[in-house]
Design a protein around this ligand. Sequence first.
Ligand code: CAA
Ligand code: NAD
Length: 282
Amino acid sequence: MKVKSVGVIGAGQMGAGIAQVCAAIDRKVILCDIKQEFVDNGLKTINRNLERSVTKERIVQEDMDETLANIQTTLKLGDLSECDIIIEAIVENVDIKKKLFQDLGKSCKDDAILASNTSSIPIGILAEVSERPELVVGMHFMNPVPVMKLVEVIRAKSTNDSTFEATFKLAEDLNKVPVLVNDFPGFVSNRILLPMLNEAMFCVMEGVAEPEAVDTVMKLGMSHPMGPLTLADFIGLDTCLAIMEVLHKDLDDDKYRPCPLLIKMVKEGKLGKKSGEGFYKY
Ligand code: CAA
Ligand code: NAD
């Protein structure tokens, strides 16, 4: 099956990036969120990214115009009913995602693939409630989507061959490198990455070093492009906490206990770059 049209749900940092890269390879994209201001912000991000690419002469103005013309927006889930694939990139909360997959199972055309960009939630949980478990798959992009090459393609026990193959092929068409991963909490990427970010937070909480020092150690000592606390702020501390909670609960191992400092910061509304403050101020 060739994917010609893509519904993207959630116009936040991931959804906007996913809509952009799909539109850039000439897929018709419908970007959906719950409020007009969120959709508008997503479109602004896409505009900004494309303008930067034009300025840097990676694309020409015509490419930018064509990409933008491929994107429609909506606040109504029903408008995605004819899309070949839906890629969900809403908040990392299992109950909210389950409700969405129930609704999508009812409102999308019968052969539409339902993909989740979840960072950690086992795909089988979403497949179970969708009324089409064989058409549900994980398509886990990395942030920032237009730059990062990896897509984890998560195959749940119920995912059929054609769903997996079409999703893998879409990732290749996007000029990404898809990697097959089995359906475990946090997959590969976040099972490895998030405990490191969490440990960096423990270092700050216990007074081992200030955030700048922790980041400098990992940047200059281990050649990481961003220090772990800068990266946590970039991902979103709410998302980091949600991922740690899934790892802790579903793998049932205290080594994944979320750092109390992370819990406190999220309670205080310090969500990182997106809220203006996290380990750093923006
Ligand atoms: N959106 C789009 N493009 C962006 C961007 C953004 N937010 N930020 C940077 N870029 C582009 C720039 O335009 C630039 O492109 P060109 O080279 O073509 O000009 C390129 O990326 C490099 O940017 P900069 O020179 O400004 O900065 P940099 O060299 O520091 O790179 C970075 C920025 C690519 C983000 C780099 O710091 C990096 O790789 N950081 C780590 C990112 C990472 O680990 N991502 C994974 C997060 S975990 C995840 O995604 C999974 C999850 O579920 C939580
Ligand atoms: P975000 O907070 O930037 O955006 C989430 C968007 O979803 C918001 O605009 C919100 O209004 C919208 N939304 C919430 N409920 C909705 C619903 N029921 N219907 C439609 N829209 C809804 O979050 P994000 O960082 O883009 O993360 C989105 C998803 O992608 C999460 O599952 C996250 O774990 C995953 N993810 C995040 C990153 C990252 O680095 N931030 C990387 C990979 C995957």
